[in-house]
Design a protein around this ligand. Structure first.
Ligand code: NAD
Ligand code: TYD
Length: 357
């Protein structure tokens, strides 16, 4: 079958990528979706098992830093679109192992850009009908004070963690490929995501998992840092809309308009999980354990998504209460997923960070 489009999605076995792969495979049977993922500790093909047999879906295990492999894939599938999510994504890991973040996030993005450039330049139509979409984070803007206005697309970059520095660097390379070679690119900077299939090193699934298993919940510092939480399926919907409608060179902020202090979210999750499990109110409040703050911990992130809303009509679909309840239900209904994930490498990592509790 001749497909209307051939799109590589990198990182499609990870948290957000798996939701994007599912959406694109199911919504666009006329597109071939090539999921390129190295299957690191964070990648799990179970996340996309429900589309694995779809005729328009292909999976390739490959490392995005492997330029010849990326070039070969671009050529093999006559790729005309890249939606790039593969990354090292956890701030705490970036503090202990910054090299992996520079390697995957900077060199990996550069190798994909170069592969797309060389493949697309060699086609008769050049860049026409092509798009390189880079998924980034609001963390590139640095940290806000409690009373500062939200991040807009014009906020200067000021990353603090090795993670956000590597993402900022990759964003700069994407812009440079647009400005230097005229490559059609788009960048989006999104706030914190939550939802099904998130690896339990991140705050929300970690808290859900620890309440279920009555393990201590590490709250960094005094728990007063603020994050703007967006339901992952709303992010995937925004990516679809932007991939199809962005002007080359454009960038958009994506956010939930949903700011929470960490400690409030932790308390809400404890109470919702306990209520779902029929435990008395307050039964697990003493799981909260204040621990040494994260080094360089950004105080607050908050996104102004007016550009996306006014230009493309996107808005978050779910209220946080509904999203977090659905997320908790998913983790309770998929305990075996969590048990498998936490049995291996993650268990060792958690023990290294917090002791063998
Ligand atoms: P994740 O850690 O859950 O998944 C990352 C995926 O990338 C995994 O499947 C992993 O196997 C794959 N991968 C890692 N290194 C690779 C390599 N060298 N080659 C090929 N594949 C590789 O990440 P996520 O939370 O789904 O984030 C996806 C993207 O969205 C990242 O670029 C991240 O910076 C960005 N982002 C995440 C959030 C969030 O809250 N999670 C918010 C904004 C932006
Ligand atoms: P995280 O989910 O790691 O996302 P990010 O650092 O990219 O925003 O953390 C969200 C917030 O929760 C952040 O302020 C750090 C804090 N946090 C804890 O207090 N305890 C934890 O165990 C984790 C993982 C995070």
């Amino acid at each position: 079958m001749k497909y209307q489009r051939n799109i590589i999605i990198t990182g499609g076995a990870g948290f957000i990528g798996s939701h994007v792969v599912r959406l694109m495979v199911q919504k666009y049977p006329q597109y071939r979706i090539i999921n390129v993922d190295l299957l690191t500790y964070a990648g799990n093909l179970e996340n996309v098992a429900d589309v694995a047999d779809a005729p328009n879906y292909v999976f390739r295990r490959a490392d995005i830093t492997d330029y010849p492999a990326m070039l070969a894939l671009m050529e093999e599938f006559s790729v005309d679109g890249v939606i790039h999510l593969a990354a090292e994504s956890h701030v705490d890991r970036s503090i202990t192992d910054p090299f992996s973040f520079a390697r995957t996030n900077v060199m990996g993005t550069l190798s994909l850009l170069q592969a797309a450039l060389n493949t697309w330049k060699a086609t008769p139509e050049g860049f026409s009908g092509k798009m390189f979409y880079h998924i980034s984070t609001d963390e590139v803007y640095g940290a806000l004070e409690m009373d500062s206005p939200m991040f807009t697309e014009k906020t200067p970059y000021s990353p603090h963690s090795p993670y956000s520095a590597s993402k900022a660097s990759s964003d700069h390379f994407v812009r440079a490929f647009h400005d230097t070679y005229g490559m059609p690119t788009v960048i989006t900077n999104c706030s914190n995501n939550y939802g099904p299939n998130q690896f339990p090193e991140k705050l929300i699934p970690l808290v859900i998992n620890n309440v279920i298993n009555r393990k201590p919940i590490p709250v960094y510092g005094r728990g007063l840092n603020v994050r703007d939480w967006l339901y992952v399926k709303d992010h995937a919907r925004a990516i679809d809309l932007i991939f199809h409608n962005a002007q080359p060179g454009e960038s958009f902020n994506i956010g939930g308009c949903n700011e929470w202090r960490n400690i409030d979210i932790v308390k809400l999750i404890i109470s919702l999980v306990d209520s779902r499990l029929g435990r008395p109110e307050g039964a697990d409040d003493d799981l909260i354990t204040y621990v040494t703050d994260r080094a360089g911990h950004d105080l607050r992130y908050a996104i102004d998504a007016t550009h996306l809303t006014s230009k493309l009509g996107w808005k978050p679909s779910l209220q946080f209460r509904q999203g977090i309840s659905e997320t908790i239900d998913w983790y309770l209904d998929n305990k075996d997923w969590m048990d498998r994930i936490t049995a291996g490498e993650y268990k060792n990592y958690y023990s290294r960070m917090y002791g063998d509790k």
